[in-house]
Design a protein around this ligand. Structure first.
Ligand code: ADP
Length: 483
């Protein structure tokens, strides 16, 4: 049986700041269903420790900087997965996000907090648990980026364990001042161009890219894009060198969580075959938010981190294209203060047409996908993107910029793709407000043709987005690396 150790900082539903958590939460079960034996290693954030069933201490181990740390072991109740948890309260039990304090500043010791994750993962690769040793260690994003470096340098007897590193977003790199290198316990040679040095700094992301046996990213298009100067975030040279060990595996949707036919968070369940409940969800949300209760006007939705990456300034610039035509918009998000203020200001001026909630609210996100007709995802770049896939599942047609995973999942309503039954949303090519406005016009035009709208919505909802396909690809990769 293929034994896989998954290394990540977040895991849904226990701890989530973005798509990484959704994937880390769904992948173990998907791989187990495909015949693997997956365990996870996680930092001991409060929510994770609290979920650990009958925890026991597996080991006390010395961190590279000499501190004695405790590794617990148990089963995560919510996920039904065996977990190793690094129990160091002064590192992980803090206010704020996993990465930042309440003032939205990165914690000053993040290099240690996440080096420890890679360190413990590498020890688990090579014998920390005498009863279980993985064949593959699969680490995710910069937080787990040191895993493969530690594995590369760890003395061991017996078989080599394969390492796979998955990039969920190349823009977040975990870069630290060079003096921190001495905390990490790596040989001097690692701090070089052929290692994790990046313009004189320590880069956890580069460590993952350089030392892993194989790199994956979360869509085939993004795998190509990150090898270009425009989207390589300074690492495209290395990624081109490693092109033969780099592949894209498209993320999927956890259908136990995101399914309008069974979703307990929405006003009325529905499906592609019985879509009537979707109209009830729309009415319910319009009432909840004090919008005009109208079935005959399209309701647009945004569920997003409010950051530069997500292209939401284009939505602000194109707002009139929605409002002038009588359309409605609901926004749920948090992040950049200027964007928060701008969206709130516009909503105050159009209370019957626009509603903005600043914050993070999982259940509200479900109600938005269920109620809206269109999900806006105009990202500047998008490694995979999950919200457009949730939009597809919930019959809220995605309107997206043709980039990354958005390009791999959404087919524009061009006449030929409509005729061939492939169309499932709206796509614009140039990252500018005018192009977004034209796509918004297309959405209004299709909405006015009710029969065609229903047809496209049905195609969107029937699209296969489950984990089987991705799990098969990961398993094939793991098997190839272990052969
Ligand atoms: P990213 O990881 O870049 O944030 P993704 O589209 O891959 O983007 O994943 C975003 C995930 O976070 C989705 O599950 C989305 O529903 C969720 N999400 C984002 N913002 C919010 C919010 N304000 N409230 C609830 N869920 C949110």
């Amino acid at each position: 049986m293929m034994k896989v150790l998954q290394v990540s900082a977040e895991i849904f539903p226990l701890l989530k700041t973005g798509g990484l958590a959704d994937i880390a939460g769904a992948l173990p079960q998907a791989l187990n269903a495909a015949g693997a034996d997956v365990r996870v290693v996680l930092p001991g954030f409060a929510a994770i420790l609290a979920d650990l069933e009958t925890p026991s201490v597996l080991a006390q181990t010395l961190a590279p900087w000499g501190e004695l740390v405790r590794v617990c072991q148990g089963r995560l109740r919510t996920l039904g997965v065996q977990a190793y948890v690094i129990d160091v309260p002064h590192f992980y039990q803090r206010n704020g996000t996993p990465y930042e304090n309440l003032q939205r500043q990165p914690h000053g010791d993040n290099h240690r907090r996440f080096a420890l994750l890679g360190w413990v993962a590498a020890q688990l690769a090579y014998g920390l648990d005498a009863h279980w040793q993985p064949n593959v260690v699969h680490s995710h994003d910069w937080h787990a980026g040191l895993t493969s470096a530690y594995m590369a340098f760890m003395p061991h007897s017996g078989a080599r364990v394969a390492s796979v590193f998955t990039v969920h977003n190349l823009a977040y790199q975990g870069v630290f001042a060079p003096s921190y290198f001495f905390d990490l316990g790596l040989p001097h040679g690692a701090f070089s161009l052929n290692g994790l040095e990046f313009h004189g700094q320590v880069s956890f992301m580069k460590s993952g890219l350089y030392y892993a046996d194989h790199i994956t990213t979360v869509s085939p298009t993004y795998a190509r894009e990150i090898q270009t100067h425009e989207q390589g975030c300074g690492l495209d040279g290395l990624l081109r060198e490693r092109a033969s060990a780099l592949s894209g595996i498209l993320n999927a949707v956890d259908e136990a969580v995101w399914n309008p036919a069974t979703d307990p968070a929405i006003a009325s369940v529905y499906s592609a075959d019985k879509p009537a409940g979707k109209a009830r969800c729309k009415t319910a949300l319009q009432q909840e938010l004090g919008l005009a209760v109208r079935a005959d006007t399209p309701l647009f939705g945004v569920v997003s981190r409010l950051t530069e990456q997500k292209g939401l300034h284009l939505v602000l610039a194109s707002l009139d294209a929605i409002l002038r035509r009588g359309g409605q918009l609901v926004v749920l998000g948090t992040g950049d203060a200027a964007l928060e203020v701008a969206f709130q200001g516009r909503a105050a001026a159009y209370p019957m047409q626009m509603s903005v909630r600043i914050g993070y609210d999982e259940a509200f996100a479900h109600r938005i996908f269920a109620a809206t007709d269109i999900t806006l995802v105009p990202s500047r770049f998008e490694p995979c993107g999950l919200t457009q896939m949730y939009g597809l599942k919930y019959g809220s047609l995605p309107l997206v910029h043709r980039v990354g995973g958005l390009a791999d999942t959404v087919v524009d309503c061009s006449l030929e793709d409509l005729a061939e039954g492939r169309a499932n949303g709206f796509v614009f090519n140039h990252f500018e407000a005018h192009a977004l406005e034209r796509a918004i016009c297309r959405a209004f035009a299709l909405f006015a043709r009710a029969a065609e709208w229903r047809q496209v919505r049905g195609a969107a909802m029937r699209q296969k987005l489950g984990w089987e396909n991705a799990a098969t690809q990961y398993m094939a990769l793991f098997q190839r690396l272990c052969a």
